[in-house]
Design a protein around this ligand. Sequence first.
Ligand code: HEC
Length: 392
Amino acid sequence: METYIVDWLNTMIRFAHFITGIAWIGASFYFNWLENNLNRSEGQKDGISGHLWAVHGGGFYYLEKYKTYPDKLPEHLHWFKWEAYFTLITGFGLLCVVYYYNATSFLLKAGTSLSATSGILMSLAGLVIAWLIYDQICKSSLVKKQNIVAFIMLILVFISALFYQQFFTPRAVFYQIGAMIGTIMVFNVFFVIMPSQRELVKACVDKTKVGEEVGFRGYIRSRNNNYFTLPVLFIMLSAHFPMFYTGVNPAIMLVLVFITTVLIRHYFNLRGEGKGGKTITLVVAGVITLAVFITLIPSKPKIDVNSQIVTFEQIKPIIENRCATCHSKNPTDDTFTIAPSGFILDTKEQIINAKDVIYSRTVATDSMPLSNKTNMTKEERDMLGNYIISLR
Ligand code: HEC
């Protein structure tokens, strides 16, 4: 019953996280695009810096951007903030339901001496510390040198991932880093962008001048968020594919993901702003992606010619003892009382049908058994590998 409730929570929170994330990032992409595509030609109306005509969903739209603020504060002013806040709230909910609730299975690495509580506290501390460091950087004079900020963030990702690897499963390291950057993005909205917008609104009401630095503060954070979007999205989805976190050291992989996705974002920004350097940016991103692709190509499995042909009778007890404690119609595991992902390995037919995924999770990578809870040995992995290869 407990697993059933947790699965429901997981599904509902994940669903909400998706929707709010789409709403938030969608709005962010839209406004970024709008900025790059405003018609700023001569002869704009008084006080207007640019306008845009658009046709969408069966209607014409006309938008104007003010140089500062309108004469009168409109009665209804949309702020675009709840999308961001709910993305954080639901993201944190997911972290709790998946990683903190089942910390020993999903968060902690097999064999670590860390308790579940210490692991959770360590993860939470990372979310706060990442923000504090980033925020201090943005408040310092370094903020004027965005290339240096990007470089420091890259180092921060690398060091954090190296640190968390000591205690967390590689997949949890991915989510931890994703959650740290995601938290920075939402805190940017809450602590900097919103206050700077409030000052703008106050200036509109009081008819005072807005200090340039107010706009700049909000602009920089918003711009940084724009660059963080792609790394966070890629980290979140790549963590569903074990090759990304088992093929190469997760810290190195995360740095490569970060560089490549930021370059892709940069390419689109350069294009939008009509600046040069686009092609080289895209080429570098492409070369890194190709290098990663080549590195991750699974090595051809070797059949040990000296070993006897492995039979089904030999691998049956391996699957029974190492996998079917969880992946069964009637699991015996203390935590997983329903087969995870509905993946069942009770019969010969089920095992043979699933041979390729079993291979990828158990032989090509060691992402199963989960945290090697059932203590599967290297010899057993080799035997299973040889058996599956002999079926091909
Ligand atoms: C302690 C419980 C546990 C044990 C033991 C275990 N698994 Fe898993 N398995 C999980 C969980 C939880 C998931 C879902 C999360 C994930 O995909 O990593 C999963 C997912 C999988 C998936 C992906 C299924 C899908 O459709 O997405 C495969 C394949 C898999 N396990 C194979 C195995 C094999 C093969 C073994 C034995 C060598 C094994 N597992 C042992 C808990 C376990």
